[in-house]
Design a protein around this ligand. Structure first.
Ligand SMILES: Nc1nc2c(ncn2[C@@H]2O[C@H](COP(=O)(O)OP(=O)(O)OP(=O)(O)O)[C@@H](O)[C@H]2O)c(=O)[nH]1
Ligand SMILES: [Mg+2]
Length: 496
């Protein structure tokens, strides 16, 4: 149990310090039921999985990608209708739907299974009637992360409630997946605007930019993904984006969603399609209509062909057929090949590296953002002491610069050269946050040796931080590693 009077020290780590300040602030506002309830909710959230908001343009494939990440088709996807209501998908032992109104009321909708139709109907309520839907599901894909889908940026729902409402939803998330099919100035401006808050500026790394529906880039076809890769590279190098997002990843959500729910019958039907003569196939897959109307393969009914086309898309069908023709026969292998082709695995890896591995720093960021909002909105005599502690935490937090540098090293934006890049990542916690992983030592290494290794690293990085042969950016980056080494030396001495 956390001691509310415990004054966390700088070396306690960012999250314990943020949590201690949250507890103090809860006690301070205990006579204000609304504020203390809001803060308590924040406190309880620290026990739940990390929360990622899936946001971006209207029809950018947000719902489809959520289904692909969860591994089950829960989010309604449509060519026409829009997701109007902020919808949260989180883990729960039983299926459950809760509707929240803008006035703070909650209503449970009794369900035994989660039916996309029911969720779709609820999503069509007006934003002034339903402010949030919470879908709980026992899907394993929700055990490590909670996902929320916001109405699309510039959707009618957002125009009605104002961008402030969307910014508010996003400020409640620990991380963002921002989807856009063709990145545009408005995307960059929007991302800048949500990173303008005071705390967000101190801890900006919490966004992955997804180039969605990447199979449709350009005029589609075989050139689509290479073209999407090129665009991704360009945006990765854009300094305006780099400030808050180090990952720009093309993804084919539709194929990801299809691959994770492929049935044995569908695999068998794909095998029959793949057995058609080569020359037929290219033309056949040009449109769903052509594919369904064709005489062959006779053993796959037209309705099944149509459903396959709808589920996998042209790109997915082509990839599946190519995989089978290349000799991939086992259903499990077909699924994993398609997941690779969809780039969903790349996204999973980025989510893991950027969010899951660094969840303490992201959770601390969310807590401090919430405290910043409360202290701004409800200043009172005495609250300046809480604000002063908040500022102290922000100023001394080394976890965020570490996080930024790990991402910059991984994405190649910063290169120290040779073995130094790997060493820096390891020291910064990129291979594990504990002392031994950071120092690259086995569990049997003595404390004395660990102190020695940390001391050596400190000397080396002091030299790199001052090296006149390096430019300012690299000297600055080396200074971050140097600060890390100083902390590691202190930790080896205190044995933590
Ligand atoms: N070709 C292709 N189509 C996709 C992909 N992802 C989604 N789609 C299609 O794009 C349309 C919109 O997908 P949704 O997932 O509903 O998009 P959304 O962003 O949730 O839409 P709103 O919530 O209404 O803004 C659907 O017809 C999907 O089948 C993809 O990776 N490739
Ligand atoms: Mg949607």
């Amino acid at each position: 149990m956390t001691n509310p009077h415990h004054q966390a020290e700088p070396d306690d780590g960012l999250l314990p310090r943020a949590r201690a300040l949250l507890t103090r602030t809860m006690t301070f506002y205990r006579d204000d039921p609304r504020t203390s309830r809001w803060l308590r909710e924040r406190f309880e959230r620290l026990e739940h999985p990390l929360r990622l908001a899936v946001t971006g343009r209207v029809k950018s494939g947000k719902s489809t990608l959520i289904n692909a990440l969860i591994g089950e088709p829960l989010a309604p996807t449509d060519a026409e209708e829009r997701t109007q209501v902020n919808t949260l998908y989180r883990y729960g032992p039983e299926p459950r739907i809760t509707v929240h109104t803008p006035h703070g009321a909650e209503q449970n909708i009794p369900v035994t299974t989660l039916d996309v139709g029911t969720i779709r109907d609820l999503q069509h309520w007006r934003p002034d009637e339903v402010s949030r839907l919470v879908i709980e599901s026992p899907a394993p894909g929700l055990q490590a992360i909670t996902l929320s889908e916001t109405p699309g940026v510039s959707s009618s729902a957002v125009q009605e409630t104002g961008r402030g409402a969307l910014a508010q939803i996003l400020s409640e998330a620990d991380g963002l997946l921002y989807l856009t099919r063709h990145p545009h100035q408005t995307d960059v401006q929007f991302l800048h605007s949500v990173h303008e808050l005071h705390v967000a500026q101190c801890a900006p790394i919490n966004t992955i930019l997804v180039l969605s529906r990447a199979d449709e880039t350009g005029s589609g076809g075989t050139e689509a993904l290479p073209a999407a890769d090129k665009i991704a590279r360009r945006y990765r190098d854009d300094p305006r984006l780099r400030a808050f997002s180090q990952y720009v990843i093309p993804v084919v959500g539709l194929l990801g969603q299809a691959a994770s729910s492929l049935t044995p019958d569908e695999v068998a039907a794909l095998g029959k399609v793949a057995a058609l003569p080569d020359e037929n196939l290219e033309a056949l897959l040009l449109s769903a209509d052509r594919f369904a109307r064709n005489e062959k393969p006779e053993s796959v009914p037209r309705a099944v062909r149509l459903a396959l086309f709808e589920k996998l898309g042209r790109f997915g069908l082509q990839r599946a057929v190519t995989a089978i023709r290349d000799g991939v026969g086992e259903p499990k292998k077909i699924v994993s090949t398609l997941l690779d082709d969809s780039r969903l695995n790349d996204l999973h890896e980025a989510v893991h590296q950027q969010f899951i591995e660094r969840q303490d720093a992201l959770r601390a960021r969310s807590v401090l953002m919430a405290l910043d909002m409360v202290l701004r909105a409800n200043p009172r005599p005495g609250s300046h002491q809480l604000r002063a502690e908040l500022e102290r935490i922000l100023a001394s937090a080394h976890e965020w610069p570490e996080l930024r540098l790990i991402s910059a090293l991984r994405s190649g934006q910063i290169r120290f050269g040779g073995a130094l890049d790997e060493e820096a990542q390891q020291l910064l916690g990129g291979a594990g946050d504990d002392l031994r992983s950071r120092l690259g030592q086995a569990s049997r290494t003595s404390d004395g040796t660990m102190a020695h290794v940390a001391g050596d690293a400190l000397t080396r990085w002091r030299y790199h931080a001052l090296d006149p042969g390096r430019d300012l950016v690299h000297r600055e980056a080396a200074r971050t590693v140097l600060r890390t080494c100083e902390r590691l030396v202190r930790r080896t001495h205190s044995g933590t």
